[in-house]
Design a binder for this molecule. Structure first.
Ligand code: HEC
Ligand code: HEC
Length: 342
């Protein structure tokens, strides 16, 4: 018990006292999966004990891999019929999603769940609406091969890339074994890890800039904590690291208009009864830009989303005035990509 207390104290101290030093030796933010994201929290007034942490301002990645990964992410020749790229559904200029309730899929139909943002996926540990643990490398391969993804295969992709001198040269310059499935996955995963959106007004506030958010926005954040939103939406991404059942207090699926088809959530993968209606707690970073909301894209309004969260996740009716303030807080989570506001 004593030892545990000491260890906890040491851990907390390491958070607070690690100095921000020269390049490559910064205090690392505590992210389970990775240490490539560098952070500094040197300001005396920084709020280090909040359930929400700022997005690191820098990420240490090989720029040549990021650039190759970007081209592959935008490359329609990865798909079987040459019609679809990852970018079709995940557009950086649309908050990393596509603004549609369901994205059109390569088979002429549509995806059966709303497309989540591609931003900040490197800060998450669970992926997709079913919240399965995965690496971005494995997930990327699965999407490339999936019928509702790019419906493709390495036998199709590798010869196509080898034929293009620009790809051939880039791969050869970066990887000793040239164009290989593992290297395609690697470059694409590295690009995805580069898609972070730091410097939101809320992050400036966490780092100690008292005036980065307004009085009302701060009140909204207090309410966000008081209502218990942070029991699920916490950490750097305000989500992406746990799952929760979407009918905790009432059966959401009975009530939502347009949600006639029951999505059993995680149960579909695990066949475990306790996983029925269990979904990923999504990241709330840039959430003001990523309507429609929820796995079924059933609302365009943040106010409505907050109302539903109150009723179904917390068993409470959140007063309209409080919802308004919480929505104001959610707007402060919009960050920058490549130095420009999203
Ligand atoms: C036709 C639209 C479409 C295309 C093309 C597409 N995605 Fe997605 N993506 C989705 C949807 C829909 C989901 C959620 C799927 C689910 O959970 O059921 C998703 C989920 C993801 C996630 C998990 C994000 C999160 O917040 O959980 C990542 C990462 C991702 N896609 C990367 C990619 C990559 C890489 C490619 C290209 C190889 C790609 N996507 C192509 C629609 C698309
Ligand atoms: C018990 C865990 C839990 C709590 C508490 C919780 N949420 Fe959620 N939140 C979720 C889950 C799970 C989803 C995804 C539901 C789905 O679509 O299947 C979600 C989705 C959302 C979305 C939609 C995001 C998107 O991109 O689609 C918003 C906005 C949101 N929550 C805000 C809040 C707010 C505000 C509160 C507090 C009033 C809150 N949540 C409390 C688990 C929780």
């Amino acid at each position: 018990m004593m030892l545990k207390k000491i260890l906890t104290a040491l851990f907390l101290l390491s958070w607070i006292t690690l100095p921000a030093q020269s390049h490559g030796d910064h205090a690392k933010i505590h992210i389970a999966s990775s240490n490539i994201y560098q952070d500094y929290s040197s300001s005396r007034s920084a709020r280090l004990n909040e359930p929400v942490k700022p997005i690191p301002t820098r990420v240490e990645l090989d720029p040549a891999k990021v650039e190759l990964g970007r081209r592959l992410f935008e490359e329609k020749r990865l798909s079987q019929d040459g019609s679809m790229a990852c970018r079709n559904c995940h557009l950086p200029e649309k908050g990393g999603a596509d603004g549609k309730r369901f994205s059109p899929s390569i088979d002429g139909g549509h995806r059966d769940r709303n497309t989540p943002s591609i931003f900040n996926v490197g800060l998450m540990t669970l992926y997709g609406w079913l919240g399965m643990p995965n690496t971005l490398e494995t997930l990327t391969e699965a999407i490339i091969k999936s019928k509702k993804g790019l419906a493709s295969s390495w036998d199709i992709i590798i010869p196509r890339l080898v034929k293009e001198p620009e790809y051939l040269n880039s791969f050869n310059a970066i990887y000793s074994d040239g164009v290989q499935p593992n290297n395609v996955k690697d470059a694409m995963a590295v690009y995805q890890r580069s898609l972070i959106t730091p410097n939101s007004r809320f992050d400036h506030y966490l780092r100690g800039d008292q005036n980065a958010i307004s009085q009302e926005e701060r009140k909204g954040y207090d309410l966000f904590k008081e209502y218990g939103c942070t029991s699920c939406h916490q950490g750097v991404a305000l989500g992406g690291n746990m799952v929760a059942p979407f009918n905790l207090f009432k059966n959401y699926l009975d009530k939502r208009k347009g949600a006639q088809k029951l999505d059993l959530g995680r149960f579909k993968k695990t066949k475990d009864e306790s996983d029925k209606y269990v979904f990923l707690v999504p990241s709330l970073r840039n959430v003001a830009l990523t309507a429609p909301y929820f796995h079924d894209g059933s609302t365009d309004e943040l106010d409505d989303a907050v109302d539903i969260m109150g009723r179904y996740m917390l068993g409470r009716v959140i007063h309209a005035d409080d919802r308004k303030l919480i929505v104001k807080f959610l707007h402060t989570l919009t960050g920058e990509y490549q130095g420009k506001p999203l």
